[in-house]
Design a protein around this ligand. Structure first.
Ligand code: GLU
Length: 276
């Protein structure tokens, strides 16, 4: 499945080598290489050799509908800042990684979906509940977010004068900073924050619960990919047969998270578009 520029240019030798690698790893030419997050509990999480979370469940469902068995999937880490590049370079066939569909990303990649709607929110230490109630109460404070995310970009665009943005490669690093007191809050999508807070298990962290954006999670695919329609059909089927609801429930259980009323979303008719 995976057709990198390298294999197209380098001919039979490289194709043979990749096919061999594919046999060993499960991905490669006869499988699917899927980018996910490795550090977002309940969404995309690596636990030893296991991968869990809602993104992983949707990815597995879609892969099966595309005709791939479980052992033909290779999951690789796609941190926020690397997602477009990984698709452009042919390092992955698809990305399921809390990946918001945006106009600027649409300039370089395509998106199937959306398969979930989240909203940007804040995670704080529980002792600050009532004091930090939204981005407007962050005056002069340190706020952690992740490079290459819509979350960090929104802070730069809308709150740059008020807050000190601390950028990290992943949300688990921000959660650690919040726990050890290095920052005052962190920001990204509510469902990500709920998973991180619950994974702490201590009750020390809590989501503010005042979302200030709409994040439509899409399946990132290389520009012009022929997979778009089949992925959209699979997502629609997952919603209609009840598997989507089960996956949401199973992956958010115990986190106190309730998905927004925009769920489940309707998939776009056109993979080059942005949901309104
Ligand atoms: N959904 C947002 C984005 O795609 C934030 C979460 C993330 O970084 O994965 O940028």
């Amino acid at each position: 499945m995976r057709r990198t520029r390298l294999t197209m240019a380098a001919g039979a030798l490289a194709i043979g080598a990749l096919a061999l690698a594919g046999c060993q790893s499960g991905g490669g030419d006869d499988g699917l290489t899927i980018g996910i997050k490795f550090d977002q509990p309940g969404l995309g999480f690596q636990d030893g050799t296991e991968y869990t979370g809602f993104d992983v469940d949707v990815a597995r469902y879609v892969a099966e509908k595309l005709g791939y068995s479980e052992d033909q999937i290779e999951f690789v880490e796609a941190i926020s800042a690397n997602r477009e590049t990984m698709l452009e370079n042919g390092q992955v066939d698809m990305i399921f990684a809390t990946y918001s569909i945006t106009e600027s990303r649409q300039e370089v990649v395509d998106f199937a979906g959306p398969y979930f709607v989240a909203g940007q929110d804040l995670l704080i230490r529980s002792e600050d509940a009532g004091t930090i109630t939204g981005p407007e109460s962050l005056n002069g404070l340190d706020l952690c977010s992740v490079s290459g995310s819509t979350s960090a970009q929104r802070v730069k665009d809308e709150f740059a004068e008020d807050v000190n943005l601390v950028e990290q490669p992943g949300y688990s690093q921000c959660a650690q900073f919040l726990l050890d007191g290095s920052v005052d809050a962190m920001t990204t999508d509510d469902i990500i924050l709920a998973g991180l807070a619950a994974a702490q298990g201590s009750g020390n962290l809590q989501v503010v619960g005042n979302p200030f954006s709409t994040e439509n999670y899409g399946v990132g695919i290389p520009e012009g990919s022929e997979l778009c329609e089949d992925i959209n059909a699979a997502i629609t089927e997952m919603i209609e047969d009840g598997s989507w609801e089960k996956a949401v429930q199973a992956n958010t259980e115990g986190t106190g998270y309730t998905p927004s009323a925009a769920n489940p979303p309707t998939v776009m008719a056109d993979c080059g578009g942005v949901p309104s």
